[in-house]
Design a protein around this ligand. Structure first.
Ligand SMILES: [Fe+2]
Ligand SMILES: [Fe+2]
Length: 308
C-alpha cells in the first residue's frame, strides 16, 4: 500500500474524526485524579521504608497493577506514534492532543494510589518505568488504516485489563479508580471503532485487510516491560487478561460491531484475509479452551473464583 491513498483516506475520514471528537467531548465527563487517592494513608518513605508486608495487594494483583501502570507510562512514545501517523492539524490533531491529555491522568492516578497505599515496591516500579520508557514504543510503519484497527483492539484490551485488575485487587479504592480509568479506555475504543466503521464504507477491502493484519499480529503495548512474558502468564492464569478475554471480550465484539463476516463486495485478497481471520479465531478459541482446562486442573485462584 502506498502512502498516498492513506493520506487521502485520513482526509476523507476527517469529518468523521471531527464528529466523533465532538461526540467524545460530550460524553467524557471531567474527573479529578486526586479525588481517587486515599492521601491520609500516606507516609514518608525515609521514616518508614517500603516493606512487602505493607501491600494490601496479592502478588498477582501487584503484577497486574504494575504492568498496567508501566504500559500507561509509555505515553510519550504513543503520542509520538499517533501524532506522526494522524498529524497535528484538523480534527485528527485535536483528537491526538485530547487523547494524550486524558491518558496522562491514568498514570498519575495509578502511581499516586500505589505510592500512598504502598501497593508495590516503589524502587522496582521506578526502575521498571525507566526501563520501559528508555526502550520506547515503536509500532513500526503502520498505515493510518492499520493504526485505527490496532488501537481499536488495544483500547478495548486495555479497558478489560484495567477493569479486571480493579476487581482482582479486592480493594474498593483500587477498583473504583481502575473502573474510572477503564471507562476512559472504552470511550477511546469507541472513537477508533467508529473510524474503522467509516473506513469500511469508504474502502471496504483495504479496511478488512488492515483489520485482519492487526488482529492476527496483535500484541499488547506493554510487551517491552521487563519480564513481560512471565508477568503476562501470571495475569493470564488469574483470569485478568488471557486468551479467553481476548477472544470473547475484545476481538469478538469488535468484529461483530463491524459486521466483519457479513460484508459483501470484497475483492479477492480481502476475502482471503477474512477467511484467514475465521481460521485464526477458531484456533484462538481452541487454545483459550485448552488453557482454561489447564488452569482449572491446576486449581488456579482466578478472578472468576475470587469475585464469585
Ligand atoms: Fe490509558
Ligand atoms: Fe485509552
Amino acid at each position: 500500500m502506498t502512502s498516498t491513498p492513506d493520506i487521502n483516506l485520513l482526509h476523507e475520514l476527517e469529518p468523521v474524526a471531527a464528529a466523533n471528537l465532538n461526540r467524545h467531548l460530550d460524553l467524557a465527563t471531567e474527573w479529578m485524579p486526586h479525588e481517587y487517592v486515599p492521601w491520609s494513608q500516606g507516609r514518608d518513605f525515609d521514616t518508614l521504608p517500603w516493606d512487602p508486608e505493607q501491600s494490601r495487594l496479592s502478588d498477582v494483583a501487584q503484577i497486574a497493577f504494575e504492568v498496567n501502570l508501566l504500559t500507561e507510562d509509555n505515553l510519550p512514545s504513543y503520542h509520538r506514534e499517533i501524532a506522526t501517523i494522524f498529524g497535528r492539524d484538523s480534527a485528527w490533531g485535536a483528537w491526538v492532543h485530547r487523547w494524550t491529555a486524558e491518558e496522562g491522568r491514568h498514570s498519575i492516578v495509578m502511581r499516586d494510589y500505589l505510592m500512598v497505599t504502598r501497593g508495590v515496591d516503589p524502587v522496582g516500579l521506578e526502575r521498571g518505568r525507566m526501563h520501559q520508557m528508555q526502550k520506547g514504543f515503536d509500532s513500526g510503519d503502520k498505515t493510518p488504516l492499520r493504526t485505527i484497527a490496532y488501537v481499536s483492539f488495544q483500547e478495548l484490551a486495555t479497558r478489560i485489563s484495567h477493569r479486571n485488575t480493579g476487581r482482582f485487587t479486592q480493594d474498593p479504592i483500587a477498583e473504583k479508580l481502575l473502573t474510572r480509568v477503564a471507562a476512559d479506555e472504552n470511550l477511546h475504543m469507541i472513537f477508533y471503532r467508529n473510524l474503522v466503521s467509516a473506513a469500511l464504507e469508504i474502502t471496504p477491502s483495504e479496511t478488512v485487510q488492515a483489520i485482519a493484519e492487526e488482529l492476527m499480529t496483535f500484541q499488547m503495548p506493554g510487551t517491552g516491560i521487563e519480564n513481560f512474558e512471565t508477568k503476562a502468564k501470571r495475569i493470564a492464569k488469574a483470569g485478568i487478561y488471557n486468551l479467553r478475554n481476548h477472544h470473547d471480550d475484545v476481538v469478538t465484539p469488535l468484529l461483530r460491531h463491524w459486521r466483519f463476516f457479513e460484508l459483501t463486495g470484497l475483492d479477492a485478497p480481502a476475502e482471503q484475509a477474512r477467511e484467514n481471520v475465521g481460521h485464526y479465531l477458531t484456533a484462538l478459541d481452541g487454545l483459550a479452551r485448552r488453557y482454561e482446562e489447564k488452569y482449572a486442573a491446576a486449581g488456579q485462584d482466578t478472578l472468576a473464583a475470587t469475585s464469585a
